[in-house]
Design a protein around this ligand. Structure first.
Ligand SMILES: Cc1cc2nc3c(=O)[nH]c(=O)nc-3n(C[C@H](O)[C@H](O)[C@H](O)COP(=O)(O)OP(=O)(O)OC[C@H]3O[C@@H](n4cnc5c(N)ncnc54)[C@H](O)[C@@H]3O)c2cc1C
Length: 505
């Protein structure tokens, strides 16, 4: 008899966990509350437009390769990847913008234009970041982080001693670059981790290596193609997928998870893996005595930002927009403080615009553009229609200044999306978009544990546990939890088999 597993939630982490568990010999059921898979990476299609509702930056391609390789496959068996060049454009002010080229030699030219000598500083910065990347994203990130002892290896210690790890990323960047625009460019990637550069350890300059060296990619057809590819792999491994199936309770008997209850009834399994938001599962699907963390614990966690998004169909092309355009034309520190220090709606928001139709003709009708606007905001804010409209006007005005074009008359399709939707659609704690921030105090074993402290056979995966926010970490998280479960299930079975038999007369 195969051991059985139930995975709650079909986002990247849940699909990765399900596929990997099935490969390891488990009979797996993957249950998703929504009618389509992908979780935060859902797709919205309407009137000939296709929108990636969540992630749009495809970074760290080798993480995707490693996932598919687990099953003897390649990303190219499922989707076509294109490297973007420029990776993205940053708007700093009127007639002041910078496009980041993909090749290092072109990056050198760009950096020298802003600051003489900065190309040498860039090479030094990235050589150091590569050590961290190879160390961190090689084997270390594929560990469950149940204890610091997992990292106590001579190569790790010597690698860490060679690099700056614990000081803030901001200080690290400032030691290398003086020019404010170069500094902003180098601080941008850590925003993906959900924390400000002042509060992010310099360990995460590995993200700069991912950005500048490994590049920004795009799966033709959109991120939904990646979800489809991974789900096909899972199904071929025998995973049974149930969409539109909301888990209401985790069943615990004698301190062990034995299944779940859904709106369709009870289903039993040897292990339960929760990939839905950790907070939701602990606080809503488990009785208090079985929770590893209290409500007070969660209240003190630093969540990564939420987002106000607009998905727009435009009846014309936008010549000055790139596939990815970042509006850094207001002060990052002010907006950052309004997200992290004094949570409030931003006074002068930075925002991000994505038009995948720049690269991919399949996502908008001919002569049209699909535009996604994202404003990062503090989680848990009051989300009203009036507030959304206020910010719609703000970003439209800013784009009018920079693109020299009022886009409003060209909007033929419009959908706003914010905290209330994230809570409703994904049971997202405080409407967070990117999970639990990777601050110094929320890294590795200091994050909520992959393994329940109270209930045997109950595991967690996804962006609120290790390793952290973002698509590549979510996929890794799913693979790591599957490996952990395989090991622990084998130990459990061996221990049971070795238990001395009681001989009764
Ligand atoms: C707007 C936005 C932009 C982003 N941009 C990027 C980017 O450019 N690059 C990048 O790498 N990352 C980006 N991210 C982050 C990335 O999308 C996430 O880190 C990743 O998708 C999280 O995957 P997950 O599996 O941990 O969680 P989720 O995707 O949230 O999956 C959890 C699943 O559980 C389901 N669920 C919840 N409750 C239940 C229940 N009771 N029963 C059954 N199912 C349930 C949910 O519906 C969901 O499908 C972005 C996220 C957002 C929201």
């Amino acid at each position: 008899m195969k051991p059985t597993a139930i995975v709650i939630g079909a986002g990247f982490s849940g699909i990765a966990a399900a596929a990997s568990l099935a490969r390891r010999g488990f009979q797996v059921d993957l249950l998703e509350k929504n009618g389509s898979p992908g979780g935060r990476a859902s797709v919205w299609r309407k009137d000939g437009f296709t929108f990636d509702m969540g992630p749009s930056f495809y970074w760290m391609p080798e993480v995707f390769e490693r996932f598919f390789a687990e099953f003897g496959e390649k990303p190219s068996d499922h989707y076509e990847l294109r490297r973007l060049d420029p990776s993205y454009k940053v708007v700093f002010g009127k007639d002041d913008e910078m496009s980041l080229p993909a090749k290092r030699k072109d990056q050198h030219i760009l950096f020298e234009r802003y600051e003489p000598g900065a190309s040498i500083a860039l090479d030094e910065f990235l050589a150091e970041a590569k050590i961290k990347y190879d160390l961190g994203m090689g084997e270390l990130v594929y560990r469950p982080s149940l204890s610091w002892m997992e990292y106590a290896r001579p190569d790790v210690i010597s690698g860490l001693l060679k690099t700056s790890v614990l000081r803030s990323l901001r200080k690290h960047v400032r030691d290398h670059f003086d020019e404010p625009r170069l500094r902003a460019l180098m601080e941008f990637p850590v925003l993906f981790l959900g924390a400000s550069p002042q509060n992010t350890p310099a360990l995460y300059s590995l993200m700069n290596y991912a950005d500048l060296e490994l590049g920004t990619w795009y799966p033709m057809g959109g991120m939904g193609k990646v979800v489809d590819g991974m789900l096909n792999v899972a199904k071929r491994q025998g995973v049974q997928v149930q969409l539109g199936c909301s888990v209401e309770r985790v069943l615990v008997e004698e301190g062990r998870a034995v299944g779940i209850v859904t709106d369709r009834g009870e289903q039993r399994a040897d292990v339960v893996v929760a990939s839905a938001d950790y907070h939701h599962v602990e606080q809503h699907l488990l009785p208090e005595k079985h929770r590893s963390y209290t409500a007070q614990y969660w209240a003190k966690r630093k969540m990564a930002p939420s987002s106000l998004l607009f998905y727009l169909g435009l009846d014309r092309r936008v010549p000055n927009a790139e596939h990815h355009t970042l509006f850094f034309d207001e002060q990052l520190d002010v907006h950052s403080a309004e997200i992290y220090d004094n949570p409030s709606w931003p006074s002068k928001p930075l925002f991000y615009v994505s038009c995948s139709s720049k690269t991919d003709a399949s996502v908008a009708p001919p002569g049209h553009e699909n535009m996604v606007i994202l404003i990062p905001i503090a989680p848990g804010l009051e989300d009203t229609e009036a507030t959304r409209e206020h910010y719609y006007t703000v970003v439209m005005e800013r784009m009018r200044t920079h693109f020299g074009l009022d886009l409003r008359p060209h909007v033929v399709l419009k959908r706003g999306y914010c905290i209330n939707d994230l809570e409703h659609d994904y049971n997202a704690f405080r409407g967070n978009a990117y999970g639990l921030a990777n601050t110094i105090m929320q890294t590795g074993p200091l994050r909520p544990s992959m393994k329940s402290k109270k209930v045997k056979g109950l595991y967690y995966t996804g962006q609120l546990t290790v390793p952290g926010p973002g698509v590549p970490p979510a996929i890794i998280s799913g693979q790591v939890v599957a490996e952990l479960i395989e090991k622990e299930t084998a130990q459990h079975t061996t221990a049971r088999a070795q238990r001395p038999k009681v001989i009764t007369a």
